[in-house]
Write a protein that binds this ligand. Structure first.
Ligand code: SF4
Length: 398
């Protein structure tokens, strides 16, 4: 597909996503908007299936904001009926056979289970040699990167994503003593071994402009040129720590200020999910930050909206959840869940099915998941509609 044609599709799909926010702000019913979202997702976003791999329930940190219940209550750790290396090889092989092209190895912390992680990476790298469409990433807290950097150099990651939450003081306050120092050591090793595809994600919560600026400078000094900033979701287990609208404005200001001081070198995306962060998205929508006039359009078609902050930085808003449609995650005990969302409570960690019940075959599981998309998203969109309508009423009354 040529770029022009793709750009036109990208514009159409972006407009469809803005229509969803507009429709909810005007009080449109959830079922009608969800059906519209599904039809658009089917039309524009069927080309790429993604599989996330929750390889273990182990982590060497216990971050205050962590979404995993077992980071806060060790009794909830999943230790039994874990998938074996052989199981994972089978799952990945079936997934590739069924046209899954995008893989994301997460954890908790994948480098706490190096045998399983490298077994999966070996399969993916081998397949990538014959099928360039296959791309894979790994998400790590970076503390064990120094030990594994040399080995990791053998793999062609699309992204090797590490997490950083601010400057030394703030990062260690959230992640624990010496977490920043260990991460820095890992980033230095990654740079020394030329692991070029590093990106960094941060989760923003009660940070300050100075901490963010120092973090950007540290990241640049490690030769990394991409940062994604996400916002924290409050759960029953993380002490209900959640990002506020002030966190969003602080971040946007810090990004703008940082971009004034540099000419090139790093792209920053500030990411918000319309369903996870409905009140924040609603506020930005009604304040005109999320606006058709500052939309930008990527060459590829994504279920997100993009807004320019500066020539180097953008705000990315995830409007149509693609989890259950073409993105699933399999956890360490075989539970299959929609990518990301339901890890936050122990009740939903069993997933909607278990991969073992399907003899590790992946296609029937995607087919099953797709049927659940509408009820799942209707539930999420209920919150988005309520936030958008409430914001509108608040503005009218003020
Ligand atoms: S590093 Fe990630 S998985 Fe580990 S405790 Fe922190 S947020 Fe949770």
């Amino acid at each position: 597909m040529n770029v022009l044609k793709t750009a036109a599709r990208s514009i159409e799909f972006s407009n469809a996503q803005m229509n969803i926010l507009e429709a909810f702000a005007n009080g449109a019913p959830v079922d009608a908007v969800t059906a519209y979202a599904f039809a658009n997702l089917e039309e524009y976003h069927t080309n790429r299936k993604k599989l996330a791999i929750g390889i273990n329930d182990e982590c060497n940190l216990s971050c205050k904001h962590c979404y995993y219940p077992s980071s806060h209550d060790f009794g909830l750790r999943i230790r039994k009926n874990l998938l074996t290396e052989e199981n994972w090889r089978k799952i990945v092989a079936y997934a590739i056979f069924d046209n899954v092209t995008t893989f994301s190895i997460a954890g908790k912390e994948p480098l706490m289970s190096p045998d399983k992680t490298f077994a999966i990476l070996d399969v993916l790298e081998h397949e990538k040699q014959v099928n360039q469409e296959i791309s894979y990433e790994m998400l790590t807290n970076g503390t064990l990167l120094a030990e594994h950097a040399e080995h990791l150099k053998e793999y062609h990651f699309e992204n090797l994503v590490v997490s950083m939450d601010g400057n030394l003081t703030f990062h260690n306050k959230i992640r624990g003593q010496y977490a920043f120092e260990q991460l820095e050591r890992g980033l230095d090793a990654a740079k020394a071994h030329d692991l070029k595809t590093l990106a960094v994600t941060t989760i923003e919560i009660n940070n300050d402009a100075n901490s963010l600026k120092e973090m950007f400078q540290t990241i640049m000094s490690k030769g990394i040129n991409r940062i994604g900033i996400g916002f924290c979701v409050s759960t029953d287990y993380n002490g209900k720590i959640g990002s506020s609208i002030d966190d969003v404005y602080e971040t946007l200001r810090a990004v703008e200020d940082f971009d004034k001081e540099r000419e090139k070198g790093m792209n920053i995306s500030v990411n918000l999910s319309a369903t996870e962060h409905a009140p924040l998205v609603a506020e930005l929508y009604h304040k005109g930050v999320i606006n058709k006039n500052n939309m930008i359009f990527p060459d590829e078609v994504f279920p997100q909206l993009f807004f320019e902050i500066t020539p180097y930085s953008m705000l990315q808003v995830d409007v149509i959840p693609s989890g259950l449609h073409n993105a699933l995650r399999i956890d360490c005990d075989g539970a299959v869940v929609a990518d990301c969302f339901p890890i936050m409570s122990p009740e939903t960690r069993g997933g909607f099915t278990n991969i073992r019940d399907h003899k590790f075959e992946i296609e029937p599981v995607y087919a099953m998941a797709k049927k659940m998309w509408i009820p799942y998203v209707e539930h999420l969109y209920g919150g988005l509609r309520a936030a958008l309508v409430k914001e509108k009423n608040d503005i009218v009354q003020a």
